[in-house]
Design a protein around this ligand. Sequence first.
Ligand code: NAI
Length: 286
Amino acid sequence: MDTTADIKSIAIIGAGTMGQGIAQIAAMAGYRTVLFDIEKDALEKALKSIEKNLEKGIEKGKVTQEQRKTALGNISAVTDLDEVKADFIIEAIVERLDVKQKVFAELERINSKKTILASNTSSIPITQIGAGLKHPERFVGMHFFNPAHIMKLVEVISGAATDDKTAMLTKELAENLGKVAVMAKDSPGFIVNRVARHFYVEGLKVLEEGVAGMETIDTLVQSSGFKMGPFQLMDLIGVDTNFSVTTSMYNSFYQDAKFRPSRIQQQKVDAGHHGRKSGKGFYNYE
Ligand code: NAI
């Protein structure tokens, strides 16, 4: 792509917590939006959630009926990766290097030489993901925040091989999607997740050491001005995703003890208590 005006279509890979919000803003900004997931159920859930968000927007007077109709008309949902052809592709699947690399290699093979590939990874270095590509110069980090249709910030991360033009187009696209883009260096967790990691890790340590219970920790943190406490926020993010991010950062920083993942969180993941999306996490949502 030479300019953002050349970007007419955006594909989102993964229709989970983040993919659905990113698809919503892409469709609302007028892009032909392709939403892909390996799970049909995940796509159905995502489309319902987008509809619900748009309805809420109408109730609040922030979205018109016409905008809702146009946005929903712009989205197509697919389970066949061969159908994912777009000018700009944003990946939001499981936080695992091997899985991401495999999907990107396939996307690169089936798409045009001009397509820009972006990852919404929270913690895996962009240089590492891009190393599996033939053209890492067209690969970039585009890190949205949860909920993606509301939070304004996007970190744009250049890997060692990312072209400056790719990074600038990504920044401009983020702005066209109504976001505020910040350029970040390629370092584990980039800016926000690196700083915020201690919010979760330390909260879990306080719980593990029996200093206080999770409701007390959440209530106290909230009363000191935060919108959510660490356990409420892990449930919103996805306990599994949050755990993968901590594990990936711990390993990327050569087992620096300050990022060590918690066994309590490991148990939640093993039990399938992944937070709001699974109906149960640290709290119960059923
Ligand atoms: P999620 O677990 O809610 O959703 C992931 C989706 O990807 C699922 O629907 C799953 O079926 C699908 N998926 C898994 N493997 C796939 C594959 N090989 N091909 C296609 N689809 C596949 O995950 P979530 O939370 O949306 O995270 C996705 C990415 O976004 C991760 O890299 C995460 O680090 C990042 N992220 C997450 C944030 C959060 O608050 N949850 C915030 C910012 C970034």
